[in-house]
Design a binder for this molecule. Structure first.
Ligand code: GDP
Length: 192
């Protein structure tokens, strides 16, 4: 089944976005304690694709050794998963590019993992500020990659970006199998 992974720094708004995306309140727990999600969580959506919730990176209070362990399992997943269609790399609209975001994106480019750059919490800042941050990210990415990534601006609070994300996912899924029309019962050949 095609997989779409969601990654980002702890507190970037990933749980909120995943809940918005699949229309469930408690799919991913919105944690009061950043760095809470430590596993790779797989959710099958509509029997057609799998949503992969990756642990947040860059949470300073998690032990360094633990951080390393999480990231190596994530990196292994990202590098060795043939059915991984795309990573949605989440960054905070209200912040300029952060070092660990850039490290992660550079790693994706190096390992040729396709990704879409998703700007979260767009309701928090002006469209101009978001645009400035988008340009800053693009400038960095242009140093490593000839192609510019697809960009989606989202806000879970304002329910913005859901359709765009779902359409992107839909665009790479194989067409949905239509159920064959129910066969009509054969006509009786006998006259009674
Ligand atoms: P995660 O750690 O990446 O899973 O982030 P969460 O979804 O738990 O959100 C972290 C914090 O950001 C919480 O306090 C959320 O209420 C807040 N948050 C998440 N999405 C949005 C958003 O779209 N707009 C605003 N203003 N706040 C958000």
């Amino acid at each position: 089944m095609p997989e779409f992974a969601f990654a980002g720094r702890s507190n970037v708004g990933k749980s909120s976005l995943l809940n918005l995306l699949v229309g469930k309140r408690d799919l991913a727990r919105v944690s009061p304690t950043p760095g809470h999600t430590k596993h790779l969580n797989f959710f099958t959506v509509n029997g057609r694709w799998r949503l992969v919730d990756l642990p947040g990176y860059g949470y300073a209070r998690v032990e360094r050794a633990e951080r390393g362990r999480f990231s190596s399992s994530v990196m292994q997943y990202l590098a060795d998963r043939p059915n991984l269609e795309c990573v949605f790399a989440l960054v905070d609209s209200s912040l300029p590019p952060q070092d660990n975001d850039l490290e992660f994106l550079e790693w994706l480019v190096e390992h040729e993992v396709p990704f879409v750059l998703v700007f979260t919490k767009a309701d928090k800042v002006s469209p101009e500020a978001i645009q400035t941050n988008i340009e800053a990210f693009k400038t960095h990415i242009a140093q490593w990659s000839e192609t510019s990534p697809e960009i989606v601006v989202c806000s879970s609070a304002a329910m913005q970006g859901r359709t765009t994300l779902l359409n992107l996912i839909e665009s790479v899924l194989p067409p949905e199998h239509k159920k064959p029309a129910a066969k009509k019962p054969p006509l009786r050949k006998t006259p009674w």
